[in-house]
Design a protein around this ligand. Structure first.
Ligand code: ZN
Length: 540
């Protein structure tokens, strides 16, 4: 983690380490508060923002009798929650806001119906309707267009965020440096400076919000409360849209028919081939047989060579670990659905772990093999005890046999209980697999293969996000992730081949550590050389 600031086992980027960085999600938290101007701009185009500015002036002037120019100007920044505060403060404000908004064409029937579709909306009097009406498709489409417009168009976002600036400039309460004032003078009309001004406006808006929060940490609580209602209501009025259902090619754009009010089609897996199990790929069909042959040749080599049967634990442990790895791999190779990182990570982990175990144990005193077995026997005793905690009425058929099998595997004495239970994480006194890799020069191997596969096995979020989730394309839902109903297409032959290669390397490592007689090994694996020769003679 070069270039990062370290604190214990946490690495922060230099920016994050300053402690002043706050990532705000204005789309999620603030945009609902700007719903009214966002709807108007979506319906009538960006130019309608000029009428908003005139509306600000008219309302501001109409409320001068109260003598609170600054407060009024800040309240006309486009936020619904601020309009609500204004109306609470001055009894004549709500009527004036609506009258002027109507005069400037900012409250069309569709905009009012869209606003009126939400429960608990701040300044609900803008909608001018007595009770809540569920939105029709036309309103949903307008809301969708408003959200999508802001997401896709940074200029539109800046226009909404500039409402406060315009309001305070007109009230004479705007304060800024000359450079900023200069750049905003001809905004948004001047195309040549627009993009720079957009950036300035957005930055200024964020800085202002930050400053308000310093003075009053609860200032935007109502806005956030409303945002929760807004997104929650949207989840009730339209359903999630998955990519495969959408006909649009754009990732963000929800399809026109993506918004469905009543006609909720059932959530289901894709039909036909997309739901079928992955067939065995032709170029990977030999892998299972190959692995079986490798494993049987391994066993054959061991059984035809002289063996150190006196200290049997060494050969038992090494051959046992290799056999376990081979059996797992053979099983996985029957199911091409598993030939991908999402479902095959455990195979990678198991192969890497076995290799690190073998290398590490080979460096220890030979008694380590006995300790490996005893650690396992202790665990079997522990599992027998844990199983025995289950009350009699909950025990199914075969339960007692299972406990007895664990007791057998604990290799304990019937009368003298001598079996030690070591509950540390590993057989090596709790030494981590990473430490073992480090001691055997396999750290890079561990980091590159094992830790990534572990991330998948432990459901680290990046893995869940990429494998099991997809973005909901219904922008009314605020860009959340939803469980994917598309299956990972397995059948990755290069990946499966790399497993078999890794297994072969494991077999060779084991034979090397055991010092198995060369002649026995060559004889057992002679078929490999033959098939390699055949392949060489077949290829031109
Ligand atoms: Zn959704």
């Amino acid at each position: 983690m070069v270039g990062h600031v370290r604190k214990g086992r946490v690495y922060q980027s230099p920016l994050a380490a300053t402690g002043t960085l706050r990532i705000n999600d204005w789309f999620k938290d603030d945009l609902p508060d700007f719903l009214w101007p966002a709807l108007v701009l979506a319906e009538q185009g960006n130019d309608s923002v000029r009428r908003f500015v005139r509306w600000q002036k008219a309302v501001h002037d109409g409320l001068t009798v109260h003598g609170e120019s600054a407060l009024v100007a800040e309240s006309l920044d486009g936020r619904l929650t601020h309009l609500a505060v204004l109306a609470e403060r001055f009894s004549d404000a709500a009527d004036l806001v609506v009258v002027e908004a109507t005069r400037y064409g900012l409250l069309s029937g569709r905009v009012r119906r869209a606003l009126g579709a939400y429960p608990y909306i701040p300044a609900g009097w803008l909608a001018g309707q007595a009770d809540l009406q569920p939105p029709e498709l036309a309103e949903l489409e307008l809301i969708r267009d408003a959200l999508l417009g802001v997401l896709k168009d940074g200029h539109l976002e800046a226009l909404l965020k500039c409402l406060r600036t315009w309001s305070t400039v007109q009230a004479g309460t705007f304060r800024s440096d000359e450079e900023t004032i200069d750049i905003l003078k001809n905004y948004p009309g001047d195309i040549s400076t627009r993009s720079a001004a957009d950036t300035t406006v957005r930055a200024m808006w964020g800085a202002h919000k930050g400053a308000v929060l310093v003075d009053d940490p609860t200032h935007f609580d109502e806005a956030i409360k409303w945002a929760r209602v807004f997104w929650g209501a949207n989840s009730m009025t339209s359903r999630c849209v998955r990519k495969r259902e959408s006909k649009g090619e754009d990732d963000v754009e929800a399809p026109k028919d993506g918004i469905e009010v009543d006609d909720r089609s059932p959530v289901d897996w894709p039909a036909g081939d997309a739901a079928a199990a992955t067939p065995v790929p032709a170029d990977g069909a030999h892998l299972r047989r190959l692995t079986m042959d490798l494993l049987s040749s391994f066993v054959e080599a061991l059984e035809t060579a002289p063996a150190r049967l006196h200290d049997k634990e060494r050969q038992e442990v090494i051959s046992g670990l290799v056999a376990r790895a081979g059996r797992d791999l053979i099983a996985v190779l029957t199911a091409p659905d598993l030939w991908c990182m999402e479902h095959g990570a455990h195979i990678v982990r198991m192969l890497v772990e076995t290799k690190i175990y073998l290398h590490w144990m080979a460096q220890q005193d030979p008694s380590i093999y006995r300790e490996f077995q005893e650690y396992g026997a202790g665990k079997a005793k522990l599992y027998a005890r844990i199983s025995d905690e289950v009350p009699a009425e909950a025990r199914k058929a075969g339960f007692q046999e299972a406990i007895e099998e664990f007791e057998r595997l604990s290799h304990n004495h019937d009368v003298f209980d001598h079996r030690v239970v070591d509950t540390r994480d590993t057989f090596a006194g709790g030494k981590s697999i990473r430490a073992m890799a480090e001691e055997t020069g396999l750290l890079d191997f561990y980091r590159q293969a094992y830790s990534l596969a572990s991330g998948v096995a432990h459901s680290e979020w990046w893995s869940v996000e990429t494998h099991a989730m997809e973005p909901c394309l219904n922008v009314l839902h605020g860009l959340h992730l939803i469980p994917s109903l598309s299956l990972s297409f397995g059948g990755n032959v290069p990946l499966a081949t790399s497993w078999v290669d890794q297994f072969y390397s494991l077999v060779r490592t084991a034979l090397g550590i055991l010092g198995t007689d060369d002649a026995a090994v060559s004889a057992a694996f002679s078929w490999l050389d033959e098939s390699a020769e055949e392949e060489a003679s077949e290829s031109p």
